[in-house]
Design a protein around this ligand. Structure first.
Ligand code: GDP
Length: 490
């Protein structure tokens, strides 16, 4: 059950943090018995922003999760530049029988699916995110929209482990996503001879290949010559079985925007990866500050056909879309952002409310980041290493003098590897919007909210709320809090 929870629950609650919340409100997810929170006495406009977010963020028990059907794994390809990430994605895309558009045109579509027969005569799928690299991966993660289950680390056989390979390993490990190594360019002369060196280098970075007694699966491939792509798919499938990835199919959909752009005749279109529930044409959706009604839905591989009905491509229309299935939707009134969480909500009025308040939260966050950047640059000497871990922190205090005192004291807690980053500071009690903001700021580490001489009116399990009355207690406690998150090996 623990594994199941890690695979599913965490992606619904902690990882999709902008809209994650404490209370168990599985509204509309009829397959998921949960809803204990009675909404019936509220009109929609009576709900606060936090309550609206909670309403659409069901949290499931491990028992419930175990009842959900399996879903396809979602895979991101990472690795050093020129090691063959794009080539591998192209090769996989073109083996992809789901796509009717195969034929070598590389078009960035956000995600695509590969299918292959399973032993029982059915069809299995793997979803690939087609933005390779750890930058995109971590940007999504920083927004709480991580949706990758498995990382394929591409290492060129002739080149071995390079700086960006090491970075990719760190990013995948920080996200606790299992890694499968694809040793690429195996067609090159001399590649085989270099393998033991490649394995040695992988081991130096904590990836012990199976032939060396470790648990890292390595597959020798050639993206160019399309060698062993089936073995790679098998390895992914095997890993997915271990992860036991499950998601509810019933109920309102929730997912992540992978890409969005303005289409000349369709207006804003977005590639969305559904994470739970079923997305349908006609659903009212909200993603960040954008909302609308799903007008058309397509397989991303066929998204270019959205306009060209002349191609007779009506069969590409999807009526609905289930977990781990990417789709391109039209109908947003404005462009959502990559990494926004998409939620299907009850009414256009609620969608508008969520969108407007989300806009407010984003602006508020930008403003405070700007103001506070001056403060922290004085305190910790401008630019620290990018590698430094940051714990997002929100400070609420009784009077403005104490806000300044607390922020000043926190700025002095300087450690080379970890720091508290104050993203918002203000006077007044800890409110639902503070909690929503801290969830939106969460990246690698859980956010912490400091309540100095103020009441705490809202909470969420993903957010640490610490009340204090005495500043030195706060300082000692935060020192310990930072220490708790330091890697014990370093
Ligand atoms: P990326 O930067 O990781 O996306 O790498 P690319 O996919 O752009 O590939 C970089 C170069 O390596 C290109 O010239 C590819 O043609 C070449 N390449 C990629 N895969 C293979 C392979 O399996 N074998 C050989 N010989 N060359 C490859």
């Amino acid at each position: 059950a623990a594994e199941t929870l890690q695979g599913v629950s965490s992606s619904f609650t902690t990882k999709e943090s902008p809209f994650s919340n404490a209370h168990n409100v599985a509204n509309g997810t009829s397959g998921a018995p949960a809803a204990t929170h009675n909404q019936s006495s509220h009109g929609s406009s009576a709900l606060s922003y936090g309550e609206l977010l909670q309403k659409y963020n069901p949290v499931f028990t491990s028992e419930q999760v175990s009842q959900f059907p399996l879903r396809a794994p979602v895979v991101t390809v990472m690795g050093h530049v020129d090691h063959g990430k794009t080539s591998l994605l192209d090769a996989l895309r073109n083996t992809n029988i789901v796509s009717h558009e195969a034929g070598g045109i590389t078009q960035h579509i956000g995600a695509f699916r590969c299918s292959f027969p399973d032993s029982a005569g059915g069809t299995k799928y793997i979803t690939f995110i087609d933005t390779p690299g750890h930058a995109a991966f971590s940007a999504m993660r920083a927004k709480g929209a991580q949706c990758t289950d498995i990382v394929i680390l591409v290492v060129a056989a002739d080149d071995g482990v390079m700086p960006q390979t090491v970075e990719a390993i760190s990013h995948a490990k920080a996200a606790k996503v299992p890694i499968i190594v694809a040793v690429n360019k195996i067609d090159k002369s001399g590649a085989e001879k270099n393998l033991s060196r490649v394995y040695q280098e992988l081991m130096e970075h904590g990836l012990v290949p199976e032939p060396y007694g470790g648990d890292t699966t390595t597959v020798l491939v050639s993206a160019l010559k399309r060698l062993n792509l089936d073995k790679l798919l098998e390895a992914i499938d095997f890993q997915a079985e271990i992860l036991n990835l499950k998601a509810p199919v019933q109920g309102r959909a929730r997912g992540v925007v992978l890409e969005a752009r303005l289409h000349k005749s369709m207006g804003p279109i977005a590639t969305v990866l559904v994470r739970m529930g079923t997305l349908k044409v006609g659903d009212v959706v909200v993603a960040g500050s954008a909302f609308g009604k799903v007008r058309a839905m397509r397989d991303p591989s066929a998204s270019e056909l959205l306009v060209s009905h002349a191609h007779g491509a009506q069969h590409q229309d999807l009526a609905e879309c289930s977990p781990s299935v990417p789709c391109v939707i039209s109908g947003f009134k404005e462009l959502p952002n990559a990494g926004d969480i998409v939620m299907v909500v009850e009414s256009e009025q609620e969608a508008r409310e969520i969108a407007e308040r989300s806009k407010g939260a984003i602006e508020q966050r930008k403003q405070y980041q700007f103001d506070l950047s001056k403060l922290s640059s004085v305190a910790d000497g401008a630019s620290e290493s990018m590698q430094k871990k940051e714990i997002p922190c929100i400070v609420k205090a009784d009077v403005s003098g104490s806000v300044e005192a607390v922020v000043g004291a926190l700025a002095k807690l300087n450690h080379p590897e970890i720091t508290l980053k104050v993203v918002h500071a203000g006077v007044g009690p800890v409110s639902a919007s503070d909690i929503a903001l801290s969830e939106a700021c969460m990246a690698d580490l859980p956010a912490v909210v400091i309540a100095f001489n103020v009441r705490v009116l809202a909470r969420s399990p993903g957010v640490v709320v610490r009340p204090y009355r005495v500043i030195y207690h706060l300082v000692d406690d935060m020192k310990q809090h930072l220490a708790d998150f330091l890697d014990p090996r370093t």
